[in-house]
Design a protein around this ligand. Structure first.
Ligand code: CU
Length: 106
């Protein structure tokens, strides 16, 4: 009897925790071959969304190889930041385009 009381409450808590883990969406604009802002700080679980305002395709490619995001001209693309640390990234088409993301826990 007590178990039947307990379980629905636990289920609700699990759903709440899942919503918290989803995190925020943090925007970065790409204009004239520049990531803007070039350096940001997000939390673990947040998602970075790059929007390409240029007439050429770009990528956001982590220098450690953890992710490689294609961002076609006029489109947006997202990548969730899964673990804490500082990630530097660049565009494979234009290696002079660079950015940095500080991912902090909690
Ligand atoms: Cu580029």
């Amino acid at each position: 009897m007590r178990m039947r009381w307990c379980c629905p409450a636990f289920g609700a808590l699990a759903i709440f925790a899942g919503a918290a883990i989803a995190g925020a969406v943090v925007p970065i604009a790409i204009t004239d071959l520049v990531f803007s802002p070039a350096e940001i700080t997000v939390k673990v679980g947040d998602t970075v969304e790059w929007t390409n305002n240029d007439f050429v395709d770009h990528t956001a490619t982590a220098t450690d190889g953890e992710w490689d995001v294609a961002i076609p001209s006029g489109k947006s693309a997202m990548q969730q930041m899964a673990k804490a640390g500082t990630i530097t990234y660049f565009c494979r088409v234009h290696p002079g385009m660079t950015g940095k993301i500080h991912v902090v826990s909690g």
